[in-house]
Write a protein that binds this ligand. Structure first.
Ligand SMILES: Nc1ncnc2c1ncn2[C@@H]1O[C@H](COP(=O)(O)OP(=O)(O)OP(=O)(O)O)[C@@H](O)[C@H]1O
Length: 503
């Protein structure tokens, strides 16, 4: 049998007291798509960062096509044929697609070979269905297109193994099929692929084999993912059964948030056009829609970041006079933004400080105008325990947390203050199945306590499970609202294309 394309043997990597990887063995054969699974903080990203040269392992070795290699940085990894598409892209936004591809690749005479680059781009497009306009600046590309560019970039640099860290977390469901077709085509031509995802149905549909990590160690291997159930995989990941929550029948109270005829001026995304909606106490309103149809503007208006051009908003019966996050928070609004890295937690601060930031001047965390570090720390410790946030402690830099644990910290921060209204975007993006269930239960418990919750999301199954009603956004308007008893994935999908509208 020929040697595996890549083999990792006995990889161990610690950060202080945290053993992120412990004696991990993993291999990928040519033409194989390997799923890498594990709870948030299980060590998946760390292991891939070791393979890509971002971290030196404390122990273990890496073999490429049977030969040991030393990978000290990404240039070494690329030279060994290893390419990685990170959760956060590494592209130059002002440069064009072609320029991004050609950065750092001189042609034969040391000059940039545009013609050669164009030809290669075309060829990759033809081979794997990954086409892009070479002259568009990256800033004009959708997130899905930027991801495509990252994949093309890796292929351009001769990757034989491609690592994708949660690539579908940023894609609309319709874009996932295109990505999978490209990955299957690459594997058919002998490339190896490592695919990280928390979406177990995707893992079962795409991968040939899986390695499951738990607390940094290999907890199990799955040889035939397509023949294994998601429940079985979840059990391997978490060590126990995951049971979906049930939404109890409830009678909502008075409206806690009302938007009346709101339109916004030109905004970074699609502006709102005459949006009216309400959510009542003890009710969850889902907002469905293909990303880019005004959801960002809606979340920004409701959270006080974007004052509307016309229209009005009331929270718990009070008309909002001043649109600012602080003013709305004082009226009882909690918000969990979509982009937890830039608008969520401040990643350079200690986790504890970051978790109290929106309320830092309040009585709970300051005394006589001075911060109260003991109270801040105690609050963070309590939340770390309640939400099972895996980290070395409250004083760790927030940015050192794994993606999923960062999301849990953000949720803990907002839910701890019993908001009357909560607006959340993509609440469980990047969360493992156990953590996602936990968050769903939290939302349902908040609903039972009378909170009105707006959930903006692209995962229709999740919206159907959580919501009492679902409004669909299309081109900045509400295309229609359905009671969730009348809503199905197919019907919502149709409304999302603008094909069907309901009052
Ligand atoms: N640079 C770092 N400094 C300190 N601790 C770190 C660092 N990077 C990761 N860790 C810790 O190592 C552990 C593994 O994290 P890692 O990001 O590899 O998990 P993951 O499986 O990719 O999680 P997720 O699914 O949430 O992205 C976590 O406890 C994390 O807090």
């Amino acid at each position: 049998m020929s040697a595996p394309l890549i083999e990792m043997r006995g990889i161990t990597k610690s950060f202080g007291a945290v053993k992120a990887n412990e004696a991990v063995d993993l291999s990928v054969a040519p033409g194989e798509i390997l799923g890498l699974l594990g709870e948030n903080g299980a060590g998946k990203t760390t292991l891939m960062n070791v393979l890509f040269g971002a971290y030196a392992p404390d122990a273990g070795e890496i073999l490429v096509e049977g030969k040991p290699v030393a990978i000290h940085n990404s240039a070494d990894a690329l030279a060994a044929g290893i390419g990685m598409v990170h959760q956060h892209f590494h592209l130059a936004p002002r440069l064009t697609v072609l320029e991004n591809l050609l950065i750092g690749i001189p042609g034969k005479s040391g000059r940039i070979d545009r013609a050669g680059g164009l030809a290669r781009l075309k060829e990759i497009g033809r081979q794997h269905g990954l086409s892009l306009d070479p002259n568009l600046p990256v800033s004009a590309l959708s997130v899905g297109e930027q991801q495509r560019l990252e994949i093309i970039k890796a292929l351009f640099r001769g990757a034989k193994l491609l690592i994708l860290d949660e690539p579908t977390a940023v894609l609309a469901p319709s874009e996932v099929d295109g990505l999978f077709a490209a990955l299957r085509s690459m594997a058919a031509q002998g490339l190896g692929i490592i695919f990280i995802s928390h979406k177990l149905n995707e893992v079962r549909a795409l991968t040939h084999r899986c390695v499951v990590l738990r607390h940094g160690k290999v907890a199990g291997r799955v040889d035939h993912p397509a023949e294994t159930t998601s429940a079985e995989m979840a059990r391997l990941m978490c060590g126990h059964e995951i049971v979906p929550p049930t939404r109890e029948v409830s009678t909502p109270g008075a409206s806690v948030l009302t938007l009346d005829g709101i339109s916004t001026s030109n905004h970074a995304g699609t502006p709102l056009r005459d949006v009216s909606l309400f959510v009542r106490a003890g009710e969850i309103l889902g907002i469905a829609g293909v990303s880019g149809n005004g959801q960002r503007a809606l979340a920004d208006v409701i959270s006080g970041m974007l004052p509307p051009r016309v229209g009005s908003m009331t929270i718990a019966g009070q008309t909002v006079a001043q649109f600012s996050p602080r003013a709305l928070q004082a009226l009882g609004l909690g918000r969990i933004p979509e982009d937890r890295m830039t608008t969520g937690l401040v990643t350079n601060l200690p986790l504890a400080d970051s978790m109290v930031l929106p309320r830092i001047g309040t009585e709970a965390f300051s005394r006589k105008g001075l911060l109260n570090p003991a109270a801040i720390r105690a609050f963070a410790e309590e939340q770390i325990k309640a939400y099972d946030i895996r980290c070395p402690g409250p004083m760790v830099r927030a940015g050192a947390l794994s993606g999923g644990n960062l999301q849990k910290a953000l949720l803990a921060r907002e839910l701890a203050f019993d908001p009357k209204v909560l607006i959340v975007s993509q609440p469980t993006r990047g969360l493992d199945i156990g953590a996602a269930r936990f968050i769903h239960e939290k939302f349902l418990a908040m609903r039972a306590k009378g909170c009105g919750i707006i959930v903006i999301g692209e995962d229709l199954e999740e919206l159907l499970m959580l919501s009492d009603r679902i409004a669909v956004m299309y081109e900045g308007r509400i295309a229609g609202t359905l009671d969730s008893a009348d809503a199905t994935v197919a019907r919502l999908g149709l409304m999302m294309t603008g094909a069907e509208g309901h009052a």
